[in-house]
Design a protein around this ligand. Structure first.
Ligand SMILES: *[C@@H]1O[C@H](CO)[C@@H](O)[C@H](O)[C@H]1NC(C)=O
Ligand SMILES: *[C@@H]1O[C@H](CO)[C@@H](O)[C@H](O)[C@H]1NC(C)=O
Ligand SMILES: *[C@@H]1O[C@H](CO)[C@@H](O)[C@H](O)[C@H]1NC(C)=O
Ligand SMILES: *[C@@H]1O[C@H](CO)[C@@H](O)[C@H](O)[C@H]1NC(C)=O
Ligand SMILES: *[C@@H]1O[C@H](CO)[C@@H](O)[C@H](O)[C@H]1NC(C)=O
Ligand SMILES: *[C@@H]1O[C@H](CO)[C@@H](O)[C@H](O)[C@H]1NC(C)=O
Ligand SMILES: *[C@@H]1O[C@H](CO)[C@@H](O)[C@H](O)[C@H]1NC(C)=O
Ligand SMILES: *[C@@H]1O[C@H](CO)[C@@H](O)[C@H](O)[C@H]1NC(C)=O
Length: 791
């Protein structure tokens, strides 16, 4: 090799190592939030100097207490509600020739009945209290350093280690603080060091806005006890303890406690361990002793060295995180800027390609950090500084919790969904009473558009948002996907998935009503009342019958339940009932503008809006697929155009996934750029006016969806690759049917793909216009290249 070639290859190797670092590093040269978490404990490191704040969270610190929210007047009101809705929906003539003008006149005449239906639901069906309880902060750890001029401030997070590092220089001394949240050791760990001996000095304190606070200190311990707040008339009932323990090293090290501070000075090094716990055991059991749980965590961690704690953490974290690699191209001039400057795409340029790898890996990091074996991530993950966060930082079940769960399957961290399965199992327990008391349906369970740690399942907030009993059917789509990606999970299907799906089907079998023949000549089985999440037909009125998402969710739920019944060899009569019921549901309807109708009726309400619920069947569902029926997928595209490019995080993330399913890589890329540039903060947390983590998770999934799809029986390589991602490689992606997939491409075309079977099923693999069939035994791999797909 000639010398200059060698030099070039060294430069390229260095650049590509640096680029891969750029795909897994977040850093700032000024204040910005770096979140860490072990699934249950969260900490936001603000990166301030000299007064640093570390916001602390524990995923069971919520306001209020359990109560019975169900409104027992609802069953008496529902027949009248249905009649009002039928009467609005009556109109002369046949569907095939809808006269929009006549319909509008008709609707104006009937407007009162639409309002009457909703008013009656408001009066008779809504929960007590009307609002749900909220996720609340534990409080802040305050760290005060001696005031000084500092330089070279660097506040960073390495996603490959989940280790946050803050460094700066002052008077020739380099100061370093490293922090991680350990899942195996159940504590948050911080280490403070300096490049010269005896220089580590700070005061640590705890503050909280929560009820009944009591901060105390002794020797090297800071302790805080407090309570979840009362909200909406329900008393606070979560008791929690935060305890921080500091040890110091070095010949001149000193540690002293005042009333509410512990002070460190003259140390070579200080180590701080934080444990937090509550009395929460289950939604109906608050008998836990937070002090003894905290004591247990600290006594197990105490005495372990930094290296030992860090190794435990890496041995736990890296096997999850390192399963997936994503490389999307060469560095650009902005690749090595601080993240907050890099993500605005300086000088009107496109994002540097590794920005998208970073965004996907950041999503994976945030999931691993907020969802292990207690609660799933809520609207803010587990990073909330407030007592009254936006939307209560709850679990919203009409897209958001579902979106939070998408990426875990294709991006190979499926075990992070275990808390979701637990939550759904408990929601199904609480939802039995809601089915009986709100609907007089004596079998099955139901829930509505929000829940929390009390597993509340009744309709909340307002009839036009809350009266949506289809929310749990959407969550069952996530349940189905868990098996679809790993068909070896038969025991899990038998023990966890099938019981809650079957029971939910029972509720809907009784909830569905036959539409009168003067409303639907074919007398379909429909939902009534029904809505399309958060969308109002007009004048704040939302309730109607037969929304498209309701029907699509029921088709999926019934079909998937039939699939599981047959997998398990059980309930064949019940499955037959589901199949025959499925055939009586409304078909998709294409409206006057060529769009997928949002409701059974083609209401004239198709302007820009964040939710695109009528496109559930395109994504995350797969009933609409350009490969299967382009009439429907073209209509889905019209719907997307009518709804417009959204002006928020999660709606944009959803649209990227939808365009990827329409195989439109350029539009997906355009929206992916908008998501990162316009709808994230400097630290890449997604926003929807406020910080809301679903845009991160939905956006990470969208990157995967552009590179690999696997619905409707085909593994599709590079389905929606934009020109800007001309070259790249990924490894460790998962595909439905039980496969892991590695793909490399260049000049926009496939170089190699390697498909490994995890459960011994056949694979049909598509690239471009052709698909081939592979037979793989469990554990077998098959390497493919573009010529395998030549005709
Ligand atoms: C800050 O730290 C990160 C992580 O180590 C590193 O990638 C980045 O280059 C550093 N920034 C500067 C200006 O040194
Ligand atoms: C904790 O820190 C956050 C972020 O700076 C701040 O919003 C909040 O008010 C602080 N809480 C207390 C009790 O100081
Ligand atoms: C606060 O906590 C300390 C230490 O546990 C305890 O001695 C004290 O009684 C507590 N004060 C109140 C008001 O509960
Ligand atoms: C039912 O599910 C199976 C398996 O996923 C799928 O192949 C089939 O198309 C679905 N049928 C309907 C009617 O959605
Ligand atoms: C099937 O549906 C019929 C009619 O609704 C009902 O009588 C029967 O009990 C159902 N069978 C099962 C197994 O659910
Ligand atoms: C595609 O969907 C449309 C609208 O539902 C339907 O009329 C048509 O028969 C479908 N085409 C195929 C090939 O299934
Ligand atoms: C394909 O992937 C499997 C599993 O990771 C690996 O063992 C095998 O070496 C890979 N094959 C090729 C050709 O890269
Ligand atoms: C693609 O794979 C085939 C074997 O399936 C091999 O013969 C061919 O050389 C490969 N082509 C390239 C460009 O690697």
């Amino acid at each position: 090799m000639y010398a200059f070639e060698f030099a070039i290859s060294v430069v390229l190797a260095v650049k590509s190592a640096a680029a891969s670092t750029a795909a897994t590093t977040i850093w700032f040269d000024s204040e910005n939030i770096i979140p860490i978490g072990n699934g249950r404990l969260g900490a936001s490191l603000l990166g301030r100097f000299p007064d640093e704040m570390v916001v602390l969270n524990e995923d069971h610190i919520w306001s209020g207490s359990i109560n019975d929210p169900n409104n027992k007047n609802c069953p008496g009101a529902l027949p009248q509600v249905r009649d009002y809705i039928w009467s609005v929906s009556l109109f002369p003539g046949c569907f095939k020739s809808i006269d929009m003008h006549a319909l509008r006149v008709e609707l104006a005449v009937r407007a009162d009945d639409l309002a009457n239906a909703q008013d009656l639901v408001s009066e008779s069906c809504m929960a007590t209290p009307l609002s749900q309880q909220e996720f609340q902060t534990a409080g802040n750890l305050t760290l005060s350093y001696p005031s000084a001029e500092i330089s070279n401030f660097n506040h960073s997070l390495d996603l490959t280690t989940a280790l946050a590092t803050t460094t700066y220089e002052s008077n020739g001394v380099q100061f370093t603080r490293m922090s991680f949240a350990s899942h195996p050791d159940n504590v948050i760990v911080m280490r403070f060091t300096a490049s010269s001996g005896g220089m580590v000095e700070f005061d640590a304190g705890l503050v909280t806005p929560m009820d009944s606070p009591n901060v105390s200190t002794s020797d090297n311990i800071l302790a805080l006890t407090a309570k979840g707040q009362a909200k909406s008339g329900l008393p606070g009932s979560i008791n929690f303890v935060v305890q921080a323990e500091i040890t110091v090293a070095g010949p001149t090290a000193q540690l002293s406690a005042s009333d509410d501070h512990v002070s460190v000075s003259g140390a070579d090094e200080a180590l701080l361990l934080i444990a937090i716990d509550t009395n929460y055991v289950r939604y109906d059991d608050l008998s836990g002793n937070p002090q003894s749980k905290v004591d247990a965590a600290l006594s197990a961690a105490r005495g372990k060295s930094w290296d030992e704690l860090l190794n435990n953490h890496l041995n736990d974290y890296q096997p999850l995180f390192n399963r997936v690699q994503i490389t999307l191209g060469s560095p650009s001039s902005s690749t090595f800027l601080p993240t907050d400057q890099r993500k605005v795409f300086p000088e009107g340029a496109d994002a540097d390609p590794e920005m998208f790898s970073l965004f996907a890996q950041w999503g994976r990091y945030l999931v691993i950090s907020s969802s292990r074996n207690t609660e799933p991530p809520n609207l803010q993950g587990i990073w909330n500084a407030a007592t009254d966060p936006a939307w209560g930082s709850k679990y919203t079940l009409n897209i958001n919790l579902q979106m939070n769960s998408w990426l875990s399957e294709p991006l190979n961290i499926a075990e992070t969904l275990n808390p979701l399965w637990n939550m759904l199992t408990e929601l199904a327990e609480r939802g039995k009473a809601t089915a009986a008391e709100e609907y007089n349906i004596q079998r099955g369970w139901v829930a509505h558009h929000n829940t929390g740690i009390w597993r509340d399942s009744a309709p909340i907030d307002g009839a036009q948002f809350g009266m949506w009993p289809l929310a749990p059917a959407w969550l069952m789509q996530n349940v189905w996907e868990h098996w679809a990606f790993d068909p070896s999970l038969t025991d899990w299907v038998r023990g966890v998935a099938y019981p809650m799906m079957k029971s939910l089907c029972e509720f809907y079998l009784d909830f569905l009503v036959v539409a009168p023949s003067d409303v639907e000549p074919n007398q379909y089985l429909v939902t009534n009342p029904s809505m399309s999440p958060e969308f109002t037909i007009r004048d704040n009125l939302a309730l109607t019958y037969g929304s498209t998402i309701d029907t699509a969710l029921l088709k999926d739920l019934f079909n998937h339940t039939v699939g599981f019944a047959s997998l398990l060899g059980v309930d064949s009569d019940f499955a037959k009932n589901l199949t025959s019921t499925m055939a009586r549901l409304l078909p998709f309807r294409i409206g006057s503008l060529g769009q997928i109708q949002e409701y059974a009726r083609d209401y004239d309400a198709n302007g820009p809006f964040s939710h695109v619920s009528q496109l559930y069947p395109l994504f995350p569902g797969a009933q609409i697929d350009p490969r299967l029926n382009s009439t429907l997928s073209d209509a889905a595209q019209v719907t997307l155009q009518l709804r417009g490019d959204a002006a928020d995080g999660w709606p944009t993330a959803w649209r990227v996934n939808l365009y990827a399913r329409l195989l439109d890589g350029e539009k997906a890329y355009y929206l992916m750029q908008r998501l990162i540039q316009l709808y994230t903060y400097g630290n890449l947390w997604a926003t929807s006016l406020v910080y809301q983590i679903d845009g991160n998770f939905g956006g990470a999934n969208a990157v995967a969806e552009m590179i690999l799809q696997s619905h409707n029986g085909e593994i599709h390589l590079l389905p929606a690759i934009p020109a800007a991602w001309a070259q790249g490689s990924v490894s460790g992606f998962r595909a439905r049917g039980g496969f892991t997939v590695d793909i490399a491409w260049s000049d926009g075309g496939l170089t190699t793909a390697n498909i490994t079977s995890t459960s011994g099923t056949a694979a049909r693999v598509r690239y471009g216009g052709n698909a081939i069939d592979l037979v793989l035994m469990k554990g077998d791999s098959h390497a493919l290249n573009a010529s395998d797909f030549d005709e």
